[in-house]
Design a protein around this ligand. Structure first.
Ligand code: GLY
Ligand code: MN
Ligand code: MN
Length: 503
């Protein structure tokens, strides 16, 4: 199905007669719905905007939600708003494409928040029944200006008013925009600034924009209580998704192309429990577990193998979990699988113990890495004569990293890799503070063709990933309800796969 105002193939346009136009415009009930009630998130979003306002006094800030992306010809990918927009507006999964939040400096100080978007077209317009991207006939009911104002407690305006409003006074020369969120808006802001006679060079304008984007990314680093609650919800949903995977493992083996089956089962829970997956699920059985970001998921799930599943459910507020469990497909680890698994688990425990206020973010990796390196050294995998101290030397060592090339941790929240625009001194070298949420995810990967690994290790890959809240005196493992020690994983699989025990 396509509508007639989409890019036309020429032969598909159906002429619209006056009779049809008039007929379509008539016979619709009056919309007398009350505006949407105020959303719980509205106060949180207002508080976040107030913090941004303090940091950029007198400047007009443009935070686009982004637009639809064509998937194929006249169909689009599912829309997900830019995270900075979602965070500051409060609109998550159900944001309208092409929305823009503007923080407009007020003469009396502070900023006034205005949300520009395309409200639904009235029923006597062609847009209503012909426009397959925006018309309610095609995409379902959409928020009105009154809905947005009542739901979010800010001013809402038609998107067509945005260009004039950006240019309306001397603040037009002091615009900043989150460029990556929507290139069309970046272009509009560039033109508006130049026309308003900005004194900044192009490079300086882009630097100013970058500073805004970095600030908005970094301001999410400490989560408040409401945000921690959202993370708990995302993690609980993900827990259910993993249990559904465990229950389906025998079927995944039987059906063939089992990794896709596992991906599909998790995706079903992600869509049902939340908005969807927070990132492409990694369902990596056997040697595929040794490909760090194996998202093709084309392989078999075989009895006797381990399957590494790295997946997270994003809920409607866009907070997402990011959890990895490596599961023995038939429910029991072999001795060699357990040996590797237990080493990774020990590294993870060391990483978790390093999550406490006062420690640096990089201390988590250092702690987990030390355990990984020690095991590799004891197993005789490091080159002849290389000591543990030498391999752990960050300047000249690093041989052990062949088997765990990634970092142990990252911040987690509305983006799976949250706060990515922070500088090194604020992220890697930054101090851990209560309210931060991060992952702890060491691994060991022995590729099937790795001739430096003992033959019995080849084709085994293990990662264990939990989502952790920094507390006043340490941390809380938010995903601790999902077993992770090898013997607990075996019990978990036995319990979840036995329907009688679940009754
Ligand atoms: N799933 C990507 C990661 O764990 O960072
Ligand atoms: Mn992950
Ligand atoms: Mn992760």
């Amino acid at each position: 199905m396509t509508s007639e105002n989409q890019p036309k193939a020429g032969h598909r346009g159906i002429p619209i007669s006056t009779e049809f136009r008039e007929f379509m415009a008539s016979g619709w009930a009056t919309d007398d719905r009350a505006p949407a009630p105020r959303a719980e998130v509205a106060d949180h979003a207002a508080r976040r905007r107030a913090a941004v306002s303090e940091r950029f006094p007198g400047e007009r800030l443009v935070i686009p939600g982004g637009g639809l992306k064509v998937r194929s010809n006249d169909t689009d990918y599912t829309f997900r708003p830019h995270t900075a927009f979602a965070h500051l507006s409060g609109l998550g999964a159900h944001a309208e494409p092409d929305s823009v939040l503007v923080l407009d400096p007020s003469p009396e100080g502070g900023h006034h928040a205005v949300l520009y978007f395309r409200p639904p077209a009235p029923r006597d317009t062609e847009e209503f029944y012909i426009d397959s991207r925006y018309g309610e006939f095609w995409v379902g009911s959409r928020r009105t200006i009154a809905d947005v104002e009542s739901e979010l407690g800010l001013t809402a305006r038609h998107i067509d008013e945005l260009p004039a409003d950006l240019a309306k006074d001397e603040a037009a020369a002091r615009l900043r925009v989150v460029r990556s969120a929507d290139p069309r808006l970046a272009e509009l802001v560039d033109t508006t600034r130049v026309q308003a006679g900005t004194s900044l060079t192009v490079e300086e304008q882009e630097e100013a924009d970058e500073e805004l984007a970095c600030h908005l990314s970094g301001m999410r680093i400490v989560k408040d209580e409401w945000e921690v609650g959202e993370m708990r919800t995302a993690i609980a949903a993900t827990h259910k998704g993993f249990e559904a995977i465990i229950a389906t493992l025998p079927e995944a083996v039987r059906k063939g192309r089992g990794e896709r089956w596992v991906e599909g089962i998790f995706g079903l829970y992600a869509r049902h429990e939340g908005n969807g997956v927070g990132y492409e699920s990694i369902c990596a059985s056997g040697d595929h577990a040794n490909t760090i970001h194996w998202t093709r998921n084309t392989g078999e799930v075989r009895e006797g193998d381990l399957i590494l599943v790295d997946a997270g459910i994003e809920i409607d507020s866009l907070f997402t979990a990011d959890i990895t469990r490596t599961l023995p497909v038939t429910g029991r680890f072999t001795d060699v699988q357990r040996k590797i698994y237990d080493a990774v688990h020990e590294a993870q425990q060391a990483g978790l113990a390093a999550v406490k206020p006062g420690n640096r973010f990089s201390d988590i990796h250092a702690a987990a890495n030390e355990v990984v390196a020690r095991h590799l050294h004891e197993w005789g995998l490091l080159p002849e004569g290389v000591t543990l101290e030498q391999t752990l030397d960050p300047e000249n060592g690093g041989w052990h990293r062949r088997w765990m090339v990634h970092g142990t941790s990252h911040h987690l929240g509305m983006d799976v890799h949250d706060c990515q625009l922070l500088l090194r001194e604020e992220y890697m070298d930054g101090e851990l503070r209560p309210g931060m949420i991060l992952t702890v995810e060491p691994g060991l990967y022995f590729k099937a063709d790795d001739l430096l690994a003992p033959e019995e290790f080849r084709g085994i890959g293990v990662r264990i990933e939990d989502d952790v809240l920094v507390t006043e005196d340490g941390c809380e493992n938010l995903s601790a309800a999902m077993p992770s020690a090898s013997y607990e994983v075996e019990e978990w699989i036995a319990r979840v796969s036995d329907p009688a025990a679940n009754r």
